[in-house]
Design a protein around this ligand. Structure first.
Ligand code: HEM
Length: 485
């Protein structure tokens, strides 16, 4: 152990500046703190160094980067595209789905799944998003003037939306009950993952399986997989009926099925029939998309509503833009309206800058690479801190200020393409980013046409807890009042 802690890799990596490390344990003990303290520690390190620092906790050595030049080197090519061992913690849940897989498997899956997020398919999904947005607005009617904890409502909206579009399954009756347990289990699982993350000894599966934490995780996973398995079963039953109905000899039904909402799950079921994916493969992707497709967007929307409630000026400007689009009409938002919501888009981007739902991603460095003039040996982990990148004063003046004008086209000129990466970048970027933006525009425009958002939780109240996605340590409340023209 002693040798490994002072191996060639360790000696090389330790040339990168970083916190003082213990002779044997490296920085392993410092990080055993609560999720809130862990998030703060990350920010403390980011402030102390400038764009790069290392952490050493045997057997892992990691460079932490938050400058666009190094991030570009790591994420823009396939060379360092394998996820770091930290994602191993997600394996029992998401298995070898698109987020975690690598090499040929990842390539083949990404190819199968890409058509689902093509603009023409998204257009067909839009109808569902719009209906769900209106349903959310109706729900809020009962809360007027009261502080509302927005996260549960928003995650219900995003979970319904991903289920009814990509999965082709309506959440009602029994399924909606298990959807609730699913969401609760995801929250718990996030906490367990962070607890395990800071306790390096629990990385070993054999130790973890017998720990209390391991047993709790097993329970949460059973709930999660029960829900996703049911969604697959339901759709398979439904799919057979539909397929016999539309027997028209079309071999590539899943890509070309005209005038039908092409659910991602249908595409996978068809791919299974063609031998391109097996049953386990479908489960992996459904678990991956069910989670990535709802929790991230719900978190993004939560912080966005909080920011809007605290920024009357931005809210008024969005409403003025919406009035131009809709005149006095109460008609629903159409997909063609979305590109006209330019200022709203700037506001969404600014919100994702300040509160990037995925605040941290991590890769394995596959061959020795030079980052900020330091040699980073192959086998190192590379943590990319999107949160710290987005708050760099040299990239975003008055970085803590909510200023949507930063994203007006004229103000983006000259900005480094890797200075702003809420959806990551390069070949392993977010496959669902257009879907997410469409969802956010649709629901926020519908909300603002109906309600004035008033502040309860202030940005100064926010206390982020380290988790797979950004979470506040406590509810985020907003008040809604009817908007009169
Ligand atoms: C505001 C909402 C969202 C944000 C901020 C976000 C962010 C990200 C980021 C940063 C990554 C890279 C992860 C990494 O390198 O480890 C990613 C990957 C991914 N996202 Fe999203 N995402 C959002 C919404 C969605 C939606 C709606 C879906 C699905 C419909 C989705 C599906 C995925 C998948 C499957 C991957 C893995 C892609 C691959 O490795 O090929 N995301 N997302």
């Amino acid at each position: 152990e002693l040798y490994l802690n002072h191996s060639k890799l360790a000696r090389e990596l330790k040339k990168v500046p970083g916190p003082k490390n213990h002779f044997i344990l490296g920085n392993g003990l410092e990080i055993i703190v609560s999720p809130v303290e862990l998030f703060k520690l990350g920010r403390k390190y980011a402030n102390k160094w400038n764009g790069i620092y290392r952490i050493w906790a045997y057997p892992f050595g990691a460079v932490n980067i938050y400058n666009p030049e190094d991030i570009e080197i790591v994420v823009s090519t396939m060379k360092h595209s394998d996820k770091s061992p930290i994602y191993k913690l997600l394996k029992p849940w998401l298995r070898d789905g698109l987020l975690l897989s690598s090499g040929a498997k990842w390539q083949q899956r990404r190819k199968i799944l890409t058509p689902t997020f093509h603009f023409n398919i998204l257009r067909q999904f839009y109808v569902t998003l719009e209906e769900n947005s209106r349903r959310l607005v109706n729900k809020l009617d009962a809360t007027l003037g009261e502080p509302v904890n927005v996260t549960p409502l928003l995650s219900e909206y995003t979970l319904n939306s991903i289920c009814e579009t990509a999965m082709g399954t309506q959440l009602s009756g029994e399924t909606s009950k298990s959807a609730k347990s699913y969401k609760e289990a995801i929250y718990k699982l996030g906490n367990y993952l962070v607890e395990r993350f800071v306790r390096i000894y629990l990385y070993y599966d054999c130790l973890f399986a017998f720990s209390t934490l391991g047993k709790k995780q097993k329970n949460a996973l059973e709930t999660i997989h029960r829900f996703t398995d049911k969604v697959i079963r339901d759709r398979k039953e439904n799919f057979v009926e539909k397929n016999t109905e539309t027997e028209d000899g079309d071999e590539h039904l899943y890509v070309h099925r005209k005038k039908k909402r092409t659910a991602m799950l249908d595409l996978l079921i068809t791919a299974e029939k063609e031998g391109l994916i097996d049953e386990l493969g479908i489960k992996e992707e459904v678990d991956t998309f069910m989670f990535e497709g709802h929790d991230t967007t719900a978190v993004g929307l939560t912080f966005f509503l909080m920011l809007l409630a605290n920024n009357k000026e931005a809210q008024d400007k969005i409403v003025a833009e919406l009035n131009e689009i809709f005149d006095d009409s109460n008609r629903p938002v159409k997909v063609e309206d979305l590109p006209k919501m330019r200022y709203l888009e700037c506001c969404i981007k600014e919100s994702l800058r300040l509160y990037p739902p995925v605040h941290f991603i991590s890769r394995t460095i596959s061959e020795t690479v030079v980052l900020s003039n330091y040699t980073v040996p192959a086998g190192s982990l590379c943590h990319i801190h999107i949160y710290d990148l987005h708050r760099r004063e040299d990239l975003f003046k008055d970085a803590l200020k909510f200023d949507p004008d930063r994203f007006l086209p004229e103000n983006c000129i000259g900005r480094h393409p890797y200075a702003y990466i809420p959806f990551s970048a390069g070949p392993r970027n977010c496959i669902g980013q257009k879907f997410a933006l469409m969802e956010m525009k649709c629901v926020v425009s519908t909300l603002l046409r109906n309600y004035v958002l008033l502040p309860v939780t202030r940005p100064s109240d926010i206390e982020i807890a380290a988790d797979i996605v950004m979470r506040n340590n406590g509810p985020i409340n907003v008040k809604f009042e009817r908007r009169f023209k």
